[in-house]
Design a protein around this ligand. Structure first.
Ligand code: GAR
Length: 207
């Protein structure tokens, strides 16, 4: 189904399950997010995210194998070409387990969001849930932030905290964090697309 013209196009980059992609797709379909997922990219051939995109009727969805490109920059130039072709306003990383180089970040500066299952700057990296539990923190949460050249580092758009329960396991914590993520990501995307965010240095003010 083609949506009305003027609906902003977004891209979602994933590597795995794609539950955040699904939440974004659901929010657009329900009218809670005025956006069109114009492009879904996965760097993994068997990512369930690609299946979710297909089921939702996303026309441009693709597996791109980074190893088929001579350099990371060449791979990212292919991503940029796809985003430009689809006239993407905002790139949303949703479990995309790959760092973007300055080539991509410069082209889409302040127009790339990432979601991370911890209260950054605590527990950056690939295992934030395990790391938070091992550290014994009493509170963790979800961060949606703009992507810059460093890992899990850019200005924070939204955060939401969650208290760790006695006996909490990685599985139970993941499920509770996902519930927050699926709401928070659509909210952050909406704020960005409605141009209600003002970015000065590391500080994002919301109007
Ligand atoms: C999400 O929990 C997201 O926050 C995390 O990967 C998961 C992807 O789940 N991202 C990171 O850890 C980034 N450093 P999903 O594929 O079901 O959306």
């Amino acid at each position: 189904m083609r949506l009305a013209r003027g609906v902003p196009a977004i891209a979602v980059f994933c590597s795995g399950e794609g539950t955040n992609l699904q939440a974004i797709l659901d929010a657009t379909r329900a009218g809670r997010l005025r956006a069109r997922v114009a492009l879904v990219v996965s760097d993994q051939p068997d990512a369930k995210a690609l299946l979710r995109a297909k089921r939702a009727g996303v026309e441009t969805r693709c597996y791109i194998n980074p190893r088929e490109y001579p350099t990371r920059e060449a791979f990212e130039r292919a991503l940029i070409a796809l985003c430009e072709y689809e006239k993407v306003r905002l790139v949303c990383l949703a479990g995309f387990m790959r760092m973007l180089s300055p080539v991509f970040v410069r082209r889409y500066r302040h127009r790339i969001l990432n979601i991370h299952p911890a209260l950054l700057p605590a527990f950056p990296g690939a295992h934030p849930i395990r790391d938070a539990l091992q550290w014994g923190v009493k509170v963790t949460g979800v961060t949606v932030h703009l992507v810059d050249e460093a890992m899990d580092h850019g200005p924070i758009v939204l955060q939401e905290a969650l208290a760790i329960r006695p006996g909490e396991t990685a599985t139970s914590l993941l499920a509770r964090l996902h519930t927050i993520e699926h709401r928070l990501y659509a909210q952050a995307i909406r704020l960005m697309l409605e141009r209600r965010t003002r970015i000065v240095g590391r500080t994002v003010t919301i109007r």
